[in-house]
Design a protein around this ligand. Structure first.
Ligand code: ZN
Length: 307
């Protein structure tokens, strides 16, 4: 894909709407977050929609003040939200973590703030953020988010594959435990943050209350139990990735999502598995790398999916 020229003056506002926090960012035309503002989501059962709109409004107002001081005016707002999204009607169809259903957030934010608004899924947004920062710009790119759940965003020839990427519900063990989706042995039960924590804690003793950052750190330092658990999870994730590569001819994979960011152990295990079990001609040149963006990934992606 041809590189486009950047307009230094243009700013956009990206909003990452998640179950615990809402992060807003002013994003320049090259896809860099030049200012950020974050507030808790405060989603409650009955008042979620109102609370979310108010919080987004506060964040946007703060970012507009910042932009004004710099003599710049943001041109539009992009919202990346958790849940099932209808991008054409700019509606959150269903998001359990936000406590909303059929919420026409795009229309309502546009009305409240008098700026053009578009809406996308947060994992898709993250995929676009990572893809647009790549120098290689591979034509079949997959971003995988490993956190409380597991999701994927697939970028094919510069465009996101809408509605695809339920990687966390790919079966990796048909005889495995029952999942909320109705299937058995879904990947999220083997390679999500909570799944790895549960496994580590089973050993008891000093492992009894261990959380992911410490597990990753101990694995890096050579702790065999933590290494075993991470290795097993990496292999399950690797299995799902190999299946994805064979189906979609993906040639570049980036893993983000927060729980694995500090350490090479997990990544090297995933990459080794992928290289070993992908069909030879498809494995050529394939890479598995950690995400470049950290907390601001969804907010940056919310706007760059439109540029
Ligand atoms: Zn499932």
């Amino acid at each position: 894909m041809k590189r486009r020229e950047f307009d230094e003056k243009v700013l956009r506002i990206g909003i990452d709407l998640g179950g615990t926090k809402i992060l807003g960012a002013l994003v320049d035309d090259a896809g860099n977050a030049v200012a950020t503002r974050q507030l808790p989501t405060f989603a409650k059962e009955k008042h979620s929609e109102k609370e979310i709109l108010q919080t987004i409004s506060t964040i946007v107002q703060d970012l507009l003040i910042w932009a004004e001081k710099e003599g710049r005016t943001p041109v539009e707002i992009g919202i990346a939200s958790a849940g099932i999204i209808d991008t054409s009607t700019r509606t959150i169809r269903y998001a359990q973590s936000l406590g909303v259903k059929d919420f026409p957030i795009g229309e309502q934010v546009e009305k409240a703030l008098q700026m053009p608004v578009h809406l996308c899924n947060d994992t898709d947004a993250a995929a676009m953020a990572e893809w647009q920062k790549k120098s290689r710009k591979s034509d079949r790119f997959m971003y995988v988010s490993v956190g409380t759940g597991i999701g994927a965003g697939i970028v094919k020839e510069g465009k996101i594959m809408q509605g695809a990427g339920e990687l966390g519900h790919m079966t990796v063990n048909p005889k495995g435990e029952n999942c909320t989706c109705g299937n058995y042995g879904c990947l999220k039960h083997y390679a999500s943050g909570p799944a790895m924590e549960e496994k580590v804690r089973m050993k008891g003793g000093k492992y009894r209350e261990m959380a992911m950052p410490e597990i990753v750190e101990l694995a890096e330092k050579g702790d065999l139990w933590c290494q075993n658990v991470l290795k097993e999870s990496a292999q399950y994730l690797g299995l799902a990735l190999v299946n994805s590569i064979h189906l979609l001819a993906v040639n570049e994979i980036v893993i983000g999502g927060g729980v694995l960011q500090k350490g090479d152990f997990f990544f090297s295990q995933v990459e080794a598995y992928v290289k070993r079990f992908t069909m030879p001609y498809m494995a050529e040149g394939i890479t598995v790398q950690p995400a470049r963006f950290k907390a601001e990934i969804g907010a940056v992606g919310a706007v760059c999916s439109r540029r």
